[in-house]
Design a protein around this ligand. Sequence first.
Ligand code: HEM
Length: 200
Amino acid sequence: MVKSNKKGFTLDIAFICLICMLPLMWLIWRGYNGDLGVNPIETIVRQLGVWGLRLLIVGLAITPVVRIFKQPRLIRWRRPIGLFAFAYILLHLTSYIGIDQYFDWSAIWKDIVKRPYITFGMVGFVLLIPLAVTSFNGAIKAIGGRVWRNLHKLIYLIVPLGVLHYFLLAKADKTMPLIYGAILIVLLGWRLLEAAKRRK
Ligand code: HEM
C-alpha cells in the first residue's frame, strides 16, 4: 500500500514536470525550425518571461483549488510548479543578459537603474532566489517550518512585481497584463478572505 502510494506520488510529480517542460520544448522546437518570428531574441526572452509568470500564478492558484474542490493531493504540485517558474525566470534573465545584451554589464546596470520595468523584474527575481533555495526538505528542516512559511509569504510580493513588470513593459496593448493582474487580485483576495475567516 505504502509502495503504491509512493509510486503514485512519483508518477504525479513526473507528470507535472513534463507539463511544465512543454513550453520550453516547444520554444526549442520553434527555434530549431527557424519559426521564432521576425525578432527571435525578443520571442525567446518574452516567452520565457511569460511562462515564468504563468507558472507563478498557477502555483498561487493551487491552494484555493485544493480547498474549494477538496483535492488535497494537488498540493504536491505546488513545489515543482514553483521551481519551474523559477527556472523559466532564470532562463528569461539569462537570455536577456546573454543574447539580448551580449553580457554588456554596464548597459544591463543602466537598464536596471533607469527602466522601472527592469527594476521591478530584477527585485522580483532576487526575492525568488531564497524561495527556490529553500524549496528542498533539507532546507526546510534547517530553517524550521515557521521561518519557511514566513519566508514563502514573499510570493505575495513577487507575483505582483512580475505583473507590474509586464504592465510597464507592454507599450500599446495592456490587455494581457491587466488580465494577469485581475487573476492575481482574485487569488490574493481569496487568501485575505480566508485569513479573515480564520481570525474570526
Ligand atoms: C519575477 C521576475 C520576472 C517575471 C515574472 C517576468 C515576466 C516577464 C513577462 C511576462 C514579460 C512579457 C512577455 C510578453 O510580452 O509576452 C517579460 C518581458 C521582459 N522581461 Fe521579464 N520577468 C521577470 C524578471 C525579469 C528580469 C530580472 C529581467 C532583466 C533584468 C527581465 C527582462 C525582461 C525583458 C528585457 C523583457 C522584454 C521586453 C521587451 O521585449 O520589450 N525580466 N518579463
